[in-house]
Every structure is written in C-alpha cells, then in structure tokens.
Design a protein around this ligand. Sequence first.
Ligand code: SAM
Length: 244
Amino acid sequence: SGRCRVQVAALCRGALARALRMLRGRVCVRSTHSFVFSECTHGNARSVLETFDLYADTHPSLCIGPQTGEALDEAVGRVRPCRVLELGTHCGYSSVRMLRLLPPAGRLVTVELDPLTAELGEEIILVAGFKHSQFQVLTSSSAEAIPTLRSLLELNRGTGEGLNLVLMDHDPERYLPDLLALEREELLCPSGCSVLLIHRNRRAGDRGGILGHVRARPDCYSVESELQFMTEIFYQQESTKENK
Ligand SMILES: C[S@@+](CC[C@H](N)C(=O)[O-])C[C@H]1O[C@@H](n2cnc3c(N)ncnc32)[C@H](O)[C@@H]1O
C-alpha cells in the first residue's frame, strides 16, 4: 500500500502540474489580449504589433516577438504567398505580421486548438483591421484541421494549386506528422512551398524529427536556412523543376 500511495501522489502531482500549465497558458492569453486590445490603435496593424512587443518587454509571452518576426517578414516578402497556413494562432501576433504583408489576393488559414485562445486571437486579428475575406481561424487540432483544408481553400487536385507558405509554431512533436499529412493531402503547392518551423528551446533541436525526413528526400525538399529560432525548408515537386 506504500507503493500505491506513492503512485497516487505522483499521479496527483502530474495532474496538478498539467492544470497549472493550462492555467498559466490561459492567464497569458487573457492578459496579452486585454493589454493589446486596450492599448493599441484599432485598425492599425503596426500599432497592434508594437503593443504586443511592448507587453512582451515586461511579461512572459508566447508570441514569436520582433526578432523572429523580422525573419518571418523577410520570408513572406520573398515568397509573396497567396495561400498561407499557420498552425498555432495563439493571440494572433504572427497572424497579423503575415497578413499585413500578403498580396491583395492572399489568404490566411490559422489553426488553434484551444477555443478561448482561438476566440481572443481572432478578435485581435479583426482589431488589426483584417477582414474575414482575408483570414479564417479554425478552432481544432492541426491533425483534424488539415484534412478539411482542401475544400476550405477551394483547391482542386492536380491543378498545381496549393499552400505557398506554412508556419508551424504549435507543438514541435506535431511538426513531422503534420507535414506528412499536408503531403498526403497534396496541400503543398507542387511548384514550391516554404515551411517555416519555429523552435524555442534546445530540446526541439531536431524540430521533432522533421529535418531527418527533409534530408532523406532531397528530390523534393531542401533546408533554406537555419536561424536561431526559425528553420525554413522548401518543398518543390521534382516534375515542376526546370532543366533537370
Ligand atoms: C507558441 S503559441 C503560438 C504563438 C504565435 N505563433 C505567435 O507568434 O503569436 C502555440 C499555440 O499553439 C496551440 N497549439 C498547441 N498544439 C496545437 C495543435 N496540435 N493544433 C493546433 N494548435 C495547437 C497552443 O494552444 C498555443 O496557442
């Protein structure tokens, strides 16, 4: 019974730790949202981003922040994507960063697992001045969202259409399975798609095994750049490459 008590105590500690983590996550979302909502100039995406950065100067924050944000801006400016997928909306910081740089026909689908976070993130994107014709927030896990994207984005198979940019900042454990699902569903644009992976700690050094997958498939993948907090991989189907 001694061992049983120890096991019960360990279970309780695990449950408590999980509950605290969730609570902290929610506190972070609520306080980030209310700070940005009350301090920014509504309708002004730049002011929204500056207010997020101001908040992160003095509070813990899950947003990618200005440094990685600039690397993201550079990628969006270079790719000029028409169709963007973001996994992990959180409060909408990276969504706003990308939306402000999309070409006029550009559209963003962003996926957030937590319903409260999705709601608050969506509100911030609207506050920044973007319209539902430009973006959509899906409240679901990435695994559930991916199979719905073809009809949502009105993509027809075999027409060469697809996502031009994917930003993964949800859960490094999901990076590889979600990339495999995007491949399986033929959602990556055959003529080229940049996949940006955010990594925040050393443990995510192998980006959840995704780099192994990419390096084993040189026919359709290359590693474009590996920055401190962001890795860019490029997908292109061999048949669309010139002068092979
Ligand atoms: C680090 S935050 C994203 C930060 C955001 N890119 C930014 O810069 O503001 C990660 C978010 O992903 C969400 N998330 C975690 N696992 C997920 C999954 N499997 N599918 C969708 N969202 C997920 C979390 O709820 C959290 O809000």
